[in-house]
Design a protein around this ligand. Structure first.
Ligand code: SF4
Ligand code: SF4
Length: 352
């Protein structure tokens, strides 16, 4: 483990960005998102939650797969595969819940048959986590066994804010290489730094205990898959006011539904096939030639939460497809969120 003084960070960003695209939590008009760093940008490492998760770096919002062209009047179509675009990048400041979300996405996109676009985006990235110093009221990652103070396993480098400096610990070959190539910025840690780190972790754990949604109890959701599916009174209650805006899906680090579409060029003899994010909350999601298998908003909302809380864990050794990041809790315009659903399914009569 090494340390870097906070005052040295701008120079480190300069150094890293000479070799990589560098993505940091950057604030624009008070909205924080992972964006490409440039010297004039306002980096904010104090606020714990970015508006959107960093999933767009491994799963871009739109991505072209192939281009097609009508070669001649005989309607011979030529196809050209388009490779995943992007430079090698470093992503700094990923909170432990968002690091965990990459593992959940890996379970989907890297299993056989491997999604080669996703894999390329994953392979060219170096992920640097940052432990949470100031968890927000809507955070509940510990309900899913995630430790906000930890060095998450999926991070190439783990970092902690200990006041006037950050501690950096390489956890993979990529992480070691990056720290080796920037070693002029790092200094050895002293015993007091280790003490500060332990103190910082204890303080965060105390803060976590005071959060309103600390340790939401998922074990209270009882019943078989079919019984939970059939609890229509609960699904109706929530879906009646759902606007189907898709905000929850687009901001969620673990949602990964997409649509495949063709775009026809203006002169109608060429076009592109691309994929773009989609949401199971939307009425044309999974629309097929014969119609839509989910015909009501109740069915669509039920699908989203059944997937996160029942189907995904059933297929992935009990792991839920939620990391407790709290984005849907904060952003749903009509205050539907996964905590209320968990509580309701667990038998609590919470206010909607
Ligand atoms: S953010 Fe809220 S209103 Fe919008 S789709 Fe999700 S649950 Fe429905
Ligand atoms: S369901 Fe909500 S709390 Fe869970 S990971 Fe998605 S946005 Fe975060």
């Amino acid at each position: 483990m090494k340390k870097i003084l906070k005052a040295k960070l701008p120079e480190l960003w300069q150094r890293i960005s000479a070799d990589f695209d560098l993505f940091l939590p950057i604030e624009k008009n008070k909205i924080l998102n992972f964006s490409l760093w440039k010297e004039e940008e306002k980096v904010n490492l104090d606020r714990v939650r970015t508006n959107a998760s960093p999933k767009h770096l491994v799963f871009p919002q739109t991505e072209t797969y192939l281009k097609f062209k009508n070669e001649n009047e005989n309607k011979k179509l030529s196809l050209k595969a388009v490779k995943a675009k992007g430079e090698e990048y470093v992503l700094f400041g990923v909170r432990p819940c968002d690091v965990e979300s990459f593992k959940l996405l890996d379970n989907i996109f890297l299993r056989d048959p491997v999604d080669t676009y996703y894999k390329e985006h994953r392979d060219r990235g170096t992920v640097i986590s940052l432990a949470c110093s100031n968890p927000e009221d809507t955070c509940f990652c510990n309900s899913f066994g995630i430790d906000a103070t930890s060095a998450p396993l999926g991070a190439d480098i783990a970092t902690w804010d200990i006041g006037d400096s950050f501690l950096w610990k390489a956890q993979s070959e990529k992480g070691q290489k990056l720290m080796e190539n920037t070693k002029e910025f790092f200094i050895d840690i002293q015993e007091k730094d280790t003490q500060n780190l332990e103190q910082e972790k204890d303080d965060i754990q105390e803060n976590l205990k005071d959060l309103p949604f600390n340790n939401i109890d998922l074990s209270k959701i009882k019943g078989t898959q079919q019984e939970i599916f059939d609890r229509e009174e609960i699904w109706n209650e929530f879906s009646e006011r759902c606007l189907a805006c898709g905000t929850c899906s687009y901001l969620c680090p673990t949602c990964h539904c997409y649509d495949l579409r063709d775009y026809k060029g203006s002169n109608h003899n060429h076009g592109e096939k691309f994929r773009c994010w989609d949401s199971c909350m939307s009425s044309d999601f999974t629309l097929m030639a014969h119609g839509n298998p989910r015909t009501s908003q109740m069915q669509r909302l039920r699908q989203r939460f059944m997937h996160k809380l029942v189907y995904y864990p059933k297929n992935h050794e009990g792991v839920y497809s939620c990391v407790g990041c709290g984005r849907c809790v904060e952003k749903c315009p009509v205050h539907i969120d996964i905590i209320k659903i968990i509580k309701k399914l667990g038998g609590e009569n919470n206010e909607l």
